[in-house]
Ligand binder design. Structure first.
Ligand code: ADP
Ligand code: GLC
Length: 492
């Protein structure tokens, strides 16, 4: 018997195409429409940032909410997304209509009232979740994502009739931490402040609230779901995650195959697919020109795209540049922004290695596509990586990934070894230890292969391009988990 179609409220602090700072936006923008395609009534809810209001186009006000602790009424606007999906924007001008980033002010420092802003957002999500916004739509499931929505399961926990909740961890290292004084400002139920609730060593954590109260917890790869139960990756939350083990599972992210398709990508001057791979070299030359690098067809062109933070390990790449220079015949391009010191070191590397290194500091969607479509190999030496999307984009674009064996990188890239060559599964190069020697071990093998085994390199490109990381498979897993959450069954 086919299972009943579910009403799902998908709550996120960012989603493509409305607002993006990282992979959370890619996931929140692409998973809900796929679930709708599977017959579920999924609706997205986001804060009404100026950029989101501008990008969504036409909206209508569907409700006004009075929420505890907030002096003005909050307007709930409804617009439409992909697959005709209703998208709700929580419009609280004093909290969300600010220029710049959803989380940080112009100087790159967290907005000081983030605890109030995301409590407000979570209260609005809970009001919709409990069908108290006057929409006459009763969600079966509220799917929350990361600390910004961590309070939602806690806010609904005591309700007699409430939807089931699923909380997805995209990155355990962002705790949404705040002080006890801040907690008092929020007028939350006082019993949330305890060790089994959101209290964390004298502070409060929105992330922990999600982990403690959600009916089901997921994270974005099976390997990361195991890693976060250990002290190395659990940051003190491993005990809670072990305790909740029978509700915790890992579902690998998919990618949007329409937006990331080298055959139709509007950002590429020379689109290509498996039958027209020869076009790719033109993208490489264009990219070398764009970065003002010597146009060398036979240099192995490495790419890096990502936030410049400790997690991503860009510093490890900087560390191996002298070795790469000595080895010869390689070039590296970086695209990213973040830590000012790292940005500066990258800029300086261009002068130190003028024929080999270029960086672009900033955020550039088009350039990120051109790097995937023009580089030969993609460097992702992340110290930890819950899932990672760029290695998936790289596979899709025939840009051979070089990754640290962790989290979603371990679940998506198959290292070149004697065994994987024999069974025909290798798609890239990986290394076990997140240090310069570890990275060099993989880079060195990639150089050898690129320069001496073009047949094998082509095999890696081809296999990557043929592998399937579309959302369909993972969306089915979420659906099964929604039903488990609804029936109070343990997962996964
Ligand atoms: P995270 O969410 O931890 O930053 P992911 O690999 O999951 O890492 O996703 C990052 C997303 O953000 C990818 O879509 C990537 O292409 C994009 N991205 C990161 N930095 C930049 C940048 N400087 N310019 C363009 N896109 C970027
Ligand atoms: C986080 C993680 C990244 C993941 C993304 C989307 O930002 O750092 O690994 O791919 O969320 O789930």
């Amino acid at each position: 018997m086919p299972k009943k179609s579910l009403n799902v409220l998908f709550a996120s602090s960012e989603a493509v195409p409305f607002i993006k700072t990282g992979g959370l936006a890619d996931v929140s923008g692409s998973l809900p429409p796929v679930l709708r395609g599977l017959g579920q009534d999924v609706r997205l809810i986001l804060p009404a940032y100026p950029e989101a209001l501008q990008r969504i186009g036409e909206t209508r006000e569907v409700a006004q909410l009075r929420l505890p602790g907030h002096h003005e009424s909050v307007h709930l606007l409804e617009g439409r997304g992909e697959n005709d999906m209703p998208v709700y924007l929580v419009d609280a001008p004093s909290a969300f209509r600010r220029k710049g980033n959803p989380y940080v002010g112009p100087k790159g420092i967290d907005w000081p009232d983030n605890h109030r802003r995301f409590t407000l957002f979570s209260r609005a999500v809970a009001a919709l979740g409990l069908n108290r916004a006057g929409l006459d739509w009763n969600p079966d499931i509220v799917h929350c994502n990361d600390w910004q929505t961590g309070l939602v399961p806690a806010l609904m926990d005591h309700e007699w009739q409430r939807p089931a909740t699923l909380f997805t961890i995209h990155n355990l290292s962002y705790f949404g931490l705040f002080s006890h004084e801040a907690f008092e400002e929020l007028h939350l139920p006082t019993d949330l402040w305890r060790m089994e609730g959101l209290e964390f060593y004298g502070s409060g954590s929105f992330l922990k609230a999600g982990l403690a109260y959600a009916d089901q917890i997921t994270t974005v790869s099976p390997t990361y779901a195991g890693e976060i139960r250990t002290a190395t990756f659990g940051y003190g939350l491993e005990g809670l995650l072990q305790f909740r083990s029978n509700r915790l599972s890992g579902i690998l992210n998919g990618i949007d195959y329409a937006a990331w398709n080298p055959a139709t990508d509007p950002h590429l001057d020379h689109p290509y697919d498996l039958s027209t791979l020869d076009n790719r070299i033109h993208n490489k030359r264009e990219l070398q020109r764009e970065f003002d690098l010597p146009e060398r067809d036979n240099a192995l062109l490495f790419g890096y795209i990502g936030r410049l933070v400790e997690q991503k390990g860009a510093d490890l790449i900087l560390d191996i540049l002298p070795r790469l220079q000595r080895q010869g015949n390689a070039q590296v391009v970086f695209l990213g922004s973040g830590n000012p010191d790292l940005e500066q070191t990258l800029r300086e590397a261009q002068y130190q290695f003028p024929e080999m290194v270029r960086c672009r500091i900033g955020y550039d969607e088009g350039l990120s596509h051109r790097i995937e479509g023009g580089c030969d190999a993609f460097l992702m030496p992340s110290r930890f990586e819950p899932c990672g999307l760029n290695q998936l984009y790289s596979l899709r674009y025939g840009c051979v990934p070089i990754v640290h064996t962790t989290g979603g990188l371990a679940d998506s890239v198959v290292d070149v070894t004697a065994a994987t060559l024999k069974n025909g599964s290798a798609t890239g190069f990986s290394f076990l230890h997140a240090n310069p020697d570890g990275l060099w071990y993989a880079v060195h093998r990639a150089l050898e292969c690129y320069h001496n085994r073009p047949d094998l390199w082509l095999e890696l490109m081809t296999r990557g391009m043929q592998s399937d990381f579309s959302w369909e498979r993972s969306a089915g897993q979420y659906l099964r988990l929604y039903h488990k959450a609804l029936h109070g069954e343990p997962g996964p």
